[in-house]
Design a protein around this ligand. Structure first.
Ligand SMILES: [Mg+2]
Length: 303
């Protein structure tokens, strides 16, 4: 698809914003930073990240992006197989951090999207973790020309590890919001997408995110509270860095809430809104730096 320079900058912001939020939050995971704590791209945290190193959130987003760059249509069986293969390749690289649900699926190293999806479907217990929302952003890049398929692909890619109605609807909502932000430079797409999910469930949750505080959605390992935390941060700050800092300050699963926020923030404000000193530090699986995210984005959009 042919993009204007502004749209191209916003498209490049999707993966870059995800990575920036992820790496910023990585050093604060499972903590609740007080007002006296400075939020920096410092690394550390539970897994001793290097400064600027992204975690599983961006690694899995890169996996989705690689599949989109290679195959194009993620709704097709070939597309889902490609995402599944990228996930298994990441698993084989022995990531230090991996969400419970995702681990329970990927440890079987299923060879097709269908097999992986069935595995996720059959998992026992609660299945609405935030692990598919955190990696959904690049799906938007693959469908800038087709909103309907964008929403469908978001749900399908979620279902590979998070076969759950809340997780799949959250991915659809957020991905359509990101797609709209890349194309038009506004957040209007998020609420416009409400009509395509369970509106009665999600609309009050977005309202609460706008009017409430992080303590109202504190269990942000749950996809619903993760989405609310990200939307709270976005709607309570004026700039991309300030919103990412807020997402981290909300505490809990900080790398993931900031990664989720970062995908939409980057789509809205563009790659140019990500501070250069952050961009220079960003790196992670599979041996990528910020410039590689940009290349990947161009490949997806060019298809
Ligand atoms: Mg993480």
């Amino acid at each position: 698809m042919e993009l204007t320079p502004e749209q191209a900058d916003r498209a490049a912001g999707v993966l870059l914003g995800t990575a920036a939020g992820d790496a910023l939050g990585a050093g604060y995971e499972f903590t609740h930073p007080g007002p006296d704590v400075e939020i920096r791209m410092k690394g550390g945290g539970a897994f001793q990240w290097a400064p600027g190193e992204w975690t599983d959130d961006t690694s899995m987003a890169v996996a989705v992006a690689c599949a989109a760059a290679r195959v194009g249509d993620l709704c097709s069986p070939e597309g889902l197989d490609a995402v599944a293969a990228e996930f298994v390749a990441w698993w084989d690289a022995k990531p230090v951090d991996i969400g419970n649900q995702t681990r329970q699926v990927l440890e079987h190293r299923d060879r097709t999207g269908r097999a992986m999806q069935l595995r996720a479907h059959d998992l026992p217990g609660l299945k609405a973790g935030n692990g598919s929302l955190m990696r959904t952003a690049p799906v938007a890049l693959a469908y800038l020309d087709n909103a309907e398929k964008c929403g469908k692909a978001a749900k399908l890619v979620s279902s590979l590890t998070h076969y759950d109605m809340q997780a799949m609807q959250a991915c659809k909502l957020w991905t359509l919001g990101i797609r709209h932000a890349v194309l038009f430079g506004t957040y209007d797409g998020l609420r416009e997408a409400l009509s395509q999910v369970d509106t009665g469930f999600w609309e009050p949750l977005l309202d609460k995110a706008e009017s409430g505080a992080p303590s109202d959605f504190a269990k942000n390992g749950w996809v619903v509270h993760a989405l609310q935390t990200a939307w709270w941060a976005i709607t309570h700050a004026e700039t991309l860095p300030a919103a990412l800092e807020l997402a981290v300050r909300a505490g809990g699963d900080t790398d993931t809430t900031a990664a989720i926020a970062g995908g939409l923030l980057g789509a809205r404000w563009g790659a140019s809104a990500v501070p250069v000193e952050w961009r220079e530090l960003l790196h992670g699986y599979p041996g990528y730096a910020a410039a590689d995210l940009d290349t990947l984005t161009r490949q997806i959009v060019a298809r």
